[in-house]
Design a protein around this ligand. Structure first.
Ligand code: SF4
Length: 347
């Protein structure tokens, strides 16, 4: 149930059955061009598909030009309150502009849409509980799910009335249930691509769980076209978590899926360390592979039979190596990681 409408953000297709894209946001000072480009390049290497850069000042929208020139992925300018920054960002070459119509005057919206049309730039409408229109808030008494959804539909209509359809929309909340319900309702009412996220979800551990539940539930229902995990952590964590959510739902192509057991008293090899090293090694390798690392034969044989590469503890410090479901050889525990690396490179 991905949106039927498809938009293009700097050539990247969003919605209409396109692959779900992962995005994040830089946290450097945008005017510090060098650091911002460096962060964007790091994010790109980790598999980020598009990235948002905040542009709060005229100097930042000027810097954006140079940043865009040096980025391999499309850039979304986040302008929040000042519509003039949106126009400047579009002139600097942004592929998309994130606006919050509730905080933008009507005349400003008109100007932004004109500039977006003239330059073939997409828009993300970002609705959150703090930007709901006063009359809607009065009607619902609080920023409830229905209030968020009504505001979202109203703002889609505003853009449609300006004869503009090149947009996606988000209705994020920091509350997981509210977000899930809002996106579910909205997906029944509009057909524009949805940008999913649980906003301000906290630090790495709780934020990962909240995001996995919120974004994951929606994606599992077929709702959502692009995702951003918001963490109080390094932006590389946001991309890794986003990619892992997609991977867990088999929505990520060309990735390495590592199956490893939780270990128990029967464990014959150091599954935890091997799996961690492996995960780190595979982080930015784009290959479609399933690898299993299990502590003993109990589930080891079954998982190895279904994996491209499988190892499991056979005796204390000794493992069996399977390739494409077939027993290949017996190896020492100390050589497992290096053999796995070689095989991954060869595959
Ligand atoms: Fe324990 Fe073996 Fe299961 Fe791992 S595969 S959890 S070592 S029984």
């Amino acid at each position: 149930m991905s949106s039927k409408k498809q938009i293009s953000v700097g050539g990247l297709k969003i919605g209409g059955g396109a692959d779900i894209s992962v995005q994040t946001m830089t946290n450097t000072n945008t005017e510090d061009i060098k650091s911002t480009i460096q962060q964007i390049n790091q994010a790109t290497e980790l598999g980020c598909d598009l990235i948002r850069v905040s542009c709060p000042t005229p100097a930042s929208t000027i810097a954006l030009k140079e940043i865009i020139k040096n980025s391999q992925i499309p850039i979304i300018a986040d302008i929040h309150f000042n519509y003039k920054r949106a126009i400047e960002s579009i002139e600097s070459g942004a592929a998309c502009v994130r606006i919050n119509p509730g905080n933008t005057p009507e005349s400003g919206i008109k100007e932004i849409i004109k500039a977006a049309k003239d330059n073939n730039v997409a828009i993300r409408i970002g609705i959150n509980s703090g930007s709901i229109e006063n009359d809607i808030l009065e009607k619902y008494k609080e920023p409830s799910v229905d209030a968020i959804v009504e505001s979202a539909v109203l703002n889609c209509k505003k853009l449609e009335d300006l004869d503009f359809q090149n947009f996606k929309i988000s209705v994020k909340s920091s509350d997981v249930q509210t977000s899930i319900e809002a996106y579910r309702k909205l997906s029944q009412l509009i057909d524009y691509p949805l940008h999913l996220g649980i906003t301000e979800s906290g630090t790495l551990f709780p934020g990962t769980i909240k995001s996995a539940i919120g974004i994951g539930s929606l994606l599992a229902d077929g709702i959502g076209d692009t995702i951003r995990v918001s963490l109080s952590s390094d932006i590389s964590d946001e991309i890794k978590v986003g990619k892992q959510i997609l991977k867990s739902l088999n929505l990520l192509k060309d990735c390495i899926n590592i199956v490893s057991c939780p270990t128990c008293s029967r464990t014959l090899i150091d599954v935890i360390e091997i799996s961690r090293d492996l995960e780190e090694y595979c982080e930015s390798i784009n290959k479609s592979l399933k690898i299993s690392v299990l502590g003993c034969v109990v589930n080891g044989i079954g998982e190895a039979a279904e994996a491209d590469i499988g190892v499991f503890g056979f005796k204390k410090g000794i493992a069996k190596l399977y390739i494409k479901g077939k027993e290949f050889k017996t190896i020492e525990e100390s050589e497992i990681f290096s053999i796995l690396k070689e095989l991954i490179d060869e595959f």
